[in-house]
Design a protein around this ligand. Structure first.
Ligand code: ADP
Length: 454
């Protein structure tokens, strides 16, 4: 891809002065890029080997609070360092920032240099290794939905997050006229990301005023998660540069449609689609049946990784295209899992449960783990559901609240086996803290409802 740099390319760009800054970063628990801005000369001379960060970065919430209860990172433990080890295969230019390149890092133990097991990139790498050991590669695509607003982030914050004005005045699903009006933001997003080495397919208007979708071509699972993370960061940065705000909050207004991140998945063997069997019903192989059976059966266990905040659960509402049932269907957008590309080499399963706030590393890792479990146990896939799945009888529900998803995560024997007990304990604490913070705070809704009338 254009935009990806070898280390030698970077050195020559530093020498000729076209690159002066290297963003050295990693995805945190929330899927945000965290890290440092290196002077490029320092990076190519020494820091390309490793740099360091405080280990609290994998144990904070969105507001950088330092909750108790994490075994890996605490006041008692003195909040020491992690090693950030640049993965030089991810080096790329950042065309929307002047003179800047970027590299993603893996997080290692400061003393032993062993990978930190709960670092999101490592959580995904571990499941990819397990899948590779079975002889398969995973190809994934995560769709990015978000809303654009007329105002900037700073204006919105100063106004107390009130009177938000979406960039368009009406539902712009597939609209060319309305999306033409947004090209000032969306065109640089597509073009800059493409020039940074991301295989951008398209952007389109989505089914609400101000709602956008960006599609990136499927890639192997780690690249897909890297692409998602870089794209999400770029969308916010480019929107900010243009004086607008972009939000990935799944439900910023309860009267409007929410934003999701659908995850398309297929397994491949020696470069051939292992989910495809030309002679089978719908062209889907027995391997795909097993994978889907695992994915569907264990969805309640890993719902937290698709819906990590209180707000995530506000999206799961009947009749909104956000699914509530863990069943599958053929090209039907009301089911949790949709079979796409049936009868073709592109046959794949799309998980529609995840919100736009998911961390792609953790979501993909959890789904791979569930699929692997299905393959190993040769699990049987139930027949597809048809019609409006919101009303399907007997279909398994996903947990309806963060509290419920925290319990299914805490008690998941399958995830403990796949991720390790420590990793599950770490993310259970993350989920608990989010709930504790919410429970502690008095909201505007309670005041307005009860101030006079209670
Ligand atoms: P939709 O109608 O849902 O928008 P698209 O045909 O645009 O479907 O594809 C959605 C996503 O699926 C794209 O990002 C595409 O790259 C990805 N995709 C296509 N084929 C595969 C595959 N075999 N495995 C995983 N993802 C795929």
């Amino acid at each position: 891809m254009p935009g990806l740099l070898s280390f030698d390319d970077l050195k020559s760009k530093v020498k000729d002065g076209s690159i002066d800054t290297v963003l050295t970063c990693f995805p945190d628990m929330q899927g945000r890029l965290m890290g440092k801005r290196f002077h490029a000369v320092n990076f190519v001379e020494t820091s390309f080997k490793e740099t360091h960060c405080c280990n609290y970065l994998l144990a904070t919430d969105l507001e950088m609070a330092t909750p108790d209860g994490y075994a890996a990172s605490s006041w008692e433990g003195g909040y020491g360092d992690y090693v950030m080890a640049p993965d030089l295969s991810t080096l790329r230019v950042v065309p929307w920032l002047e003179g800047t390149a970027m590299v993603l890092c893996d997080i290692l133990d400061h003393h032993t240099h062993a990978p930190v097991p709960h670092a999101p990139r490592q959580v995904l790498k571990r499941q990819i290794e397990r899948l590779n050991a079975l002889g398969f590669d995973a190809m994934m695509a995560t769709e990015l939905e978000f809303f654009l607003f007329e105002q900037s982030f700073d204006d919105i914050r100063k106004d107390g997050f009130r009177d938000l004005t979406p960039i368009s005045g009406y539902n712009e699903d597939y609209h060319i006229l309305q999306t033409t009006k947004e090209e000032g933001v969306m065109r640089p997003i597509r073009n800059h990301l493409f020039a940074a080495g991301l295989p951008i397919e398209n952007s389109k208007g989505e089914a609400e005023a101000g709602q956008e979708e960006l599609n990136i071509r499927y890639a192997d699972a780690l690249d897909c998660a890297d692409h998602h993370t870089i794209a999400k960061n770029a969308i916010k940065e480019i929107a900010w540069q243009k004086g607008h705000a972009a939000t990935f909050l799944p439900k910023w207004d309860h009267t409007k449609v929410g934003s999701s991140s659908h995850v398309h998945q297929s397994l491949w063997k020696d470069g051939e689609p292992a989910f495809y069997d030309a002679d089978a019903d719908l062209g889907k192989s027995t391997l795909m049946d097993h994978y889907m059976a695992g994915l569907i059966t264990y969805a309640p266990d890993y719902t937290f990784f698709l819906a990590p905040y209180i707000n995530s659960y506000k999206r799961f509402a009947k009749g909104t295209f956000a699914p509530t049932k863990t069943v599958w269907s053929v090209d039907n957008r009301t089911a949790g899992f949709r079979l796409c590309g049936d009868g073709t080499r592109g046959v794949r399963v799309e998980c529609r449960i995840g919100g736009s706030d998911l961390n792609p590393y953790l979501a993909q890792a959890a789904m791979l783990a569930a699929g692997i479990k299905g393959i190993e146990g040769q699990m049987t896939l139930a027949p597809p559901t048809t019609g409006d799945v919101y009303d399907a009888d007997g279909a398994q529900d996903i947990p309806q609240t963060l509290r419920a998803a925290t319990e299914t995560l805490r008690n998941s024997a399958f995830l403990k086996e796949a991720f390790g007990e420590d990793v599950v304990a770490h993310y259970t604490r993350c989920a608990e803290w989010e709930q504790e913070e919410y429970d502690r705070v008095v909201t505007d809704w309670e005041i307005a409802r009860g101030f006079e009338r209670a």
